[in-house]
Design a protein around this ligand. Structure first.
Ligand code: AMP
Length: 219
């Protein structure tokens, strides 16, 4: 099984949910750049250039690449140096980032360990899911918009209150889909396809079925 799993997919495709499950199942480090950015935003220890870069997030735009490299490579370094694999969740949102991460893995002699997994979803379904999903205020658990969760008010894991994510307003979601949906995914998909490193799973299936498909693809 490859040591570096790169999860791709439009917003709401289930990247985060699946990255959590797969990293727990195989004891891989889970690196979510969205989580790292939110953690930085909530911290007191934040530099001026970082605060400015984080402003982009509010409008549904991408933050500058350098901040992603700063946060993600530091995390990756810890896991890889201790011999663990990693699941990159949302870390690659444009072709320059794909190239820079690939350089990083080449530098660590891990180029043969890379596998990109796309969880495929239409932009329309992406919009429907994002306008309705919630997140736990306490532990960050994402509660997808699925029938079994429609009526719950508290996190099934820790009991924390469920809220809409700060960047989940309808206008911002439309913007996120333009900037991070299938049109921007095409060149990234092509990048990994050209390297022979891409696998695709169907994101329209249930969480359990998608997890099963991913496991089959990576094992
Ligand atoms: P996510 O939780 O992955 O949906 O990310 C939330 C927000 O963080 C995105 O809408 C972007 O503004 C920002 N973000 C996360 N990952 C990246 C990345 N690799 N490059 C640029 N911006 C990112």
């Amino acid at each position: 099984m490859k040591k570096i799993l790169i999860f791709l997919g439009p917003p709401g495709s289930g990247k985060g949910t699946q990255a959590k499950k797969i990293s727990a199942k195989y004891n891989y480090g889970h690196i979510s750049t969205g989580d790292l950015l939110r953690k930085l935003q909530a911290s007191n220890d934040i530099e001026e250039d970082e605060a400015k870069a984080l402003e982009e997030m509010k409008g549904g735009r991408l933050v500058p690449d350098w901040l992603i490299y700063r946060l993600a490579f530091k995390e990756a370094e810890n896991y890889l140096n201790s011999g663990r694999g990693i699941v990159l969740d949302g870390a690659i949102r444009n072709v320059p980032q794909a190239g820079m991460f690939q350089e990083y893995f080449i530098g660590k002699n891990l180029a043969k360990e890379v596998l990109a997994l796309e969880i495929a979803l239409t932009d329309e379904e992406s919009f429907n899911r994002l306008t309705k999903r919630r997140v736990c205020e306490e532990c960050g658990e994402i509660i997808p918009w699925l029938p079994q969760f429609y009526n719950i008010k508290n996190c099934p894991k820790c009991g924390g209150e469920l809220v809409n994510r700060a960047d989940d307003s309808e206008a911002v979601i439309r913007k996120r889909i333009v900037e991070q949906g299938n049109e921007t995914l095409d060149p990234i998909r092509n990048y990994y396809q050209d390297l022979g490193l891409l696998k695709i799973v169907d994101g329209m299936k249930s969480i359990e079925e998608v997890e099963k498909e991913i496991s089959e693809q990576i094992e």
